[in-house]
Design a protein around this ligand. Sequence first.
Ligand SMILES: [Zn+2]
Length: 413
Amino acid sequence: MNDTNTQKQQLFQAVEEMRPEIIGFLQRLIQIPSENPPGNYSEISTFLQEELTDLGFEVQVISVPDEMTSAAGLPTPRKNVIATLRGSGEGRNLIFNSHLDTVPAGDPEQWDYPPFSGMIANGRIYGRGATDSKGRLSAYIMAAVALARTSLTRNGDVIIAATCDEETGGILGAGYINQNGHVHGDMVIVEGYSNHIVRAMAGVLQLKITTDGIPAHAGYKWKGLNAVEKMAKVVQGLENLQKDLEQEPSSIPGMKYTTVNIGTIQGGTKVNVVPATCEIEVDFRVIPEHSLDQIYNRVVSLLEVLEKNDPAFKVKLTRITDFQTDPTITQEDSPLISELQQAVQEVTGHTLPVVGVLAQADTRWFIQNGIPGINYGPGTSENNIHGFNEYMEIEDLIQTTKILTVLAKNIVC
Ligand SMILES: [Zn+2]
């Protein structure tokens, strides 16, 4: 056997020997509820601080200042955990990022296994967060531990960034640690699925559009101006914009095209009154080939045409900035992708599709901080994420941990 093969066998063996430890670690994370809202981070951050210190990491708990959490209207403290497995300081540093919060479990009666039990059945571990994202966090941590238990010399660091509030946007989680200089590295693997690699994520543009009318009795309709009927023209215009955008597809598999979704509509007060106002909220998922401003300007132009053709048409357009995000992309020839593909190949014998998704994740905070990132981890979208009976396939967890161990070795050793 050549040297690389020996090393590979050493890594596989380390992970195989850790099988009960990996499963047990995920069960314990599931057993510490961290539902968001409200976001309970005290117990899980203390657990990680103790466990990861014992496992050989240098651990920092980064608490977000109270004035920031209260300014954001949040009732509980926000704590991020950064754990570093030190190398000699001469290599590349690899970050793994997963969030600590989960969506609420919902009605426990609807679960076949209690949501905070971590029960094992059918080769699966059940519970809220089993995949999203405690399963990922377990695989990332255990991959670093497996590497540490071999005799291989590490030149670079492996950094685990376990962060808050991904389920509510992440500004005080991955956003906070990136914007305040708490995390440094050459590349980041962020929570994702084991059946593909995500290298691009859509931007988010959200608009509020209001049409004004004049109220009147339905029996004297000519005295009023119907704001709902005016809005119908806007809706038609947005449908046409969607058709145009479908003709400008993304070159990245999985991303299709920029989507236009009219998510809410409100107008009128009573069936026999001519409505004085109508309001819609529109969500655009913007492919990397478009910018938010380009899409915004296309909406402005369509409203201008409507105004020009109808002197009675009165409209107001505002940007909702809460979730506004530019599209993010990591280049197809990034070493991060080729090295992950190589690790996948070494473990499974094949490679994975590289795609984009019309969603967002914490990856953007790292990319905005100059750190290239992709999404990859154990589990798939089949695992009842955000639903009842969320689970993690044990074999997927172990195999993905092996892949991540090989990746970490290839990057930091
Ligand atoms: Zn998640």
